[in-house]
Design a protein around this ligand. Structure first.
Ligand SMILES: Nc1nc2c(c(=O)[nH]1)N[C@H]1C(S)=C(S)[C@@H](COP(=O)(O)O)O[C@H]1N2
Ligand SMILES: [Mo]
Length: 155
């Protein structure tokens, strides 16, 4: 059997959204671009510094039209944003963390790193302020939005 292949450089937007999508890095360049420099530490690789350019994550996930409940005040604060690298490395952010009215963290989806385009590798999650590099996920294959519901308060 053929091994499962993931389209190089393409990223899927999935989960509790009205408009799931498969985006190329070139599509991410159509959105307003930001630039940022980050430095972070890792117990195995030491201090790293990188420059990134790309759209804000919040703009990308908004475009997928998350299924926020109409009339539910601040329903978006119940959403998780899970980011999966093509190699299986993954981490979870919250909607509130990147929402301009709440955490307002300027999380980017990098389309270039240190001046090199990332079209082949796929976009790179950039979380400014993180002291450790584990959420600086390279080669993103999928971003999945999920609304959590408590067992006690279904629906
Ligand atoms: N896809 C993917 N991204 C990843 C990782 C990984 O294993 N896979 N490791 C993370 C960790 S733990 C660190 S410290 C940084 C390392 O970044 P560097 O490549 O600049 O050293 O990448 C992060 N992004
Ligand atoms: Mo790390």
């Amino acid at each position: 059997m053929e091994p499962t292949t993931i389209h190089a450089g393409r990223m899927r937007l999935t989960g509790d959204v009205r408009a799931p999508a498969s985006l190329a890095v070139a599509d991410l360049r159509e959105l307003p671009q930001r630039e940022t420099a980050v430095s972070f530490e890792c117990s195995t690789s030491g201090l790293r510094r990188h420059r990134f350019a790309g759209p804000l994550l919040i703009d990308v996930v908004h475009a997928a039209q998350p299924l926020f409940e109409a009339g539910e005040r601040k329903d978006r604060l119940r959403f998780l944003v899970s980011v999966f690298g093509a190699d299986g490395h993954h981490a979870v952010l919250s909607w509130g963390e990147i929402d301009p009215e709440f955490g307002n963290t300027q999380v980017l989806l990098g389309v270039s790193m240190d001046g090199r385009a990332l079209d082949e590798q796929g976009p790179h999650l950039v979380v400014p302020g993180d002291r450790c590099g584990a959420r600086n996920i390279s080669g993103i294959a999928e971003i999945q939005l999920a609304r959590l519901r408590a067992a006690r308060f279904p629906g």
